[in-house]
Every structure is written in structure tokens, then in C-alpha cells.
Design a protein. Sequence first.
Length: 236
Amino acid sequence: MTTADANSQQQSPGRYPRGAWLIAVMFLALGALLLADPFPYARPYPDPVPTPEWVVDVATVRTPKLRPEVIIAGYTYRCEECHRLFPSPPETDRPLTQHRDILLEHGINNRCFNCHHRTRRNTLVSDRGEPIPYDQPQLLCAKCHGPVYRDWTHGVHGRTNGYWDPHRGPLERKKCIQCHDPHVPAFQSMQPAPGPRTLRMSEQQRIDVHERERRNPLLIFGKAAEAREDPPGERH
């Protein structure tokens, strides 16, 4: 038999190298170990808190009418239709005979004509007595809340929906009365959204001051550096 015939017999597909059964057994044992999962993964942070739907809701707190309309007995009237027939008295510091559902708690702003035009009742009013369109209440709020209005125009205060990048889509700045009731602008107490649950911000626990100093890596490093630079026996 030649050397070529011997090599062909050793490399024939019917034969397996020595120890192949041992490798197969090891793979089977490893698969069984993975299925058994003897060391389950323990997350270092607690389970996430379900996020309520109201947290991610893009709707505003209020849905006001940005038109000078009122519904009476199922019919819709514009403000001017009634006030043309029944003029208001010069001052409004008296109990209302109409609009009695309105509760006015707006600080020292307790007069209707501070915001509503005295004669053009379908509009609001500026400090100069000029009409402000009814669908532009932010211009009215700017009369007394200048810094807040400035923040609103820059996107710091208030609600913004849409895209910050104008090239990707439109941006919509929500108006003041879509969050604040114009007659009772203060917000009522609200339930906070659940806090984050991350590895670095897990369940927060109150730690004693001395325990915090002992576990603070910056303080530990600083004390170790001081000890190396100024040994206790050499301090003056």
C-alpha cells in the first residue's frame, strides 16, 4: 500500500477523529447547563414602574375656546350679541348676574375690564385700550407677566408640541390658557410622574452623614492623598 492510499483511508468520511464523542458529550452537557440556568441573572436595579398614560399624553391640560363664544340653553352666541343689548355697568366689582359659573381668583386682578374690552366685547384689551384678538391671549398675559411671556417666546416656559428642528416638521407653542385657567390661573396640586429606575439611580435610601463620607470615593481618595503627602509622624 502506498502512502497516498494510507492518507486517503485516514481522511475517509466514514471515520471520526479520536475524542469526537467526548466533544459531543461536552456540548450536550453545556446545553443542558444553559437550559437549567443554575445562576439566574439578578438585576442591580428594581423592576421599572409602569408609566401612566397621562405622563406621555401630548394633549394640554385645558381645551379652551379661542373664540368669543358662549353656549346658553344649547345655542352658541358671540359675546357682542348679548352685550350690545345689555351694556355692562362702568365697574365690575359686584356680584355677577350672568357668567355666575366663573370663579375669579387672579390675585389683585379682580376687574373684568382689566382683560376684556369695555365696548368691543369680542376682543380682549391692551393697556392702551386697544383690542387684542381673542385667539391671542398670550398678548394679554404679557401685560402683567412680562418675564414669563419672554420665557414663553423663547420656549423656556409653557408647552411645545412638534419638532424642535423646523426642517423636520412644524412646531406649535401652546397658548397660556391651554394650561392655565385665565380666571384661576394657579395650578392645583398634581401627582408627580414616577422617577427613573436606572443602574445609577436605583432605589434611593437615606444614608447617615458619616456613612456617606466613608463611601464617597472622592473623599476616600483625598484622605489617602493627604496621608501620603503628610505622614502622621511628621505633622507640625
